[in-house]
Design a protein around this ligand. Sequence first.
Ligand code: ZN
Length: 323
Amino acid sequence: MTEITRRAMLAGTAALAALAASPALAAAPQSGQQAPGFYRYKVGDLELTQLSDGAGTFPMPDHFVANVSNETAIAEAAKAYLAPAGKITVPFNPVLINTGSKLILIDTGNGAGPNPAVGRLLTNLAAAGYSPQQIDTVVISHLHPDHINGLHTKDGKLAFPNAEVLMPQADWAFWMSEENAAKAKEGMTKNYFTTIQKALADMKGHVAMYGWDKEIAPGVTSINTAGHTPGHTSFAVSSGKDKVFVQSDVTNIPAFFLRHPDWHVMFDNDPALAQKTRHRFYDMAASEKAIVVGYHFPFPAVGHVEKDGAGYRLVPVSWSGVV
Ligand SMILES: [Zn+2]
């Protein structure tokens, strides 16, 4: 050991001893709280903010993947390091678009409820510096409860009182029909009808309908991605030569359904059509090398989708400290 490093080491040891004696090194209380979940990025002149509504963890339901065995699904979860074992975590990520003069929110999350892990949209919206009163337009991708329940506050008031609410025509026609509700199979689909019709009962006069292949809000074009539901819609959000695809629920969690696009999540209304849509949508996104935003992707839920063998692979964007 040279004299210099020996001296430096001795000095270091002395400094450590001094620090250890210092009351400033007293244990800090653990927080037990997560940081606010929002993430901003630019698309041309638009500023987008991913807003986490949280993530729900639940025991893997029987037939979560409708067309493979639970054993296979659980093994795949382990292969993808999804934890805890035997459970599944589904995140929820609405998107806010600030055009400079308008605020457009795509999907509204689960609404506040007894589970503190979800229903965090309004908290994270506030953390991102916006009030619900400022939202001009709410665009709903499809009428499933995890996308519409946030339209109302805990006490049943409109969460975004000044916003125009846009719904996909085909989904509204399907889910709000008493006739369809009456003939729905007992179980999940029947429950969906009950929940959706209850959640939207007071909105009949307050919503406007949109169709596909139209610019439904500044920079936001609707894309037919039916299958998950009859009116399920994705969006191209573009400004200048920049564009991202907000896919909504073309897949649920990518570890299963991007990897295996022919696997059917139990929530798909028309599984065969949803599967066809997945291939069409991701082949397009992969060939365009486009950024894809996934409602159920891990936060901040933004990445590229690459072809990978018979399936696809999500390459998440890197966190950026500047917008
Ligand atoms: Zn969903």
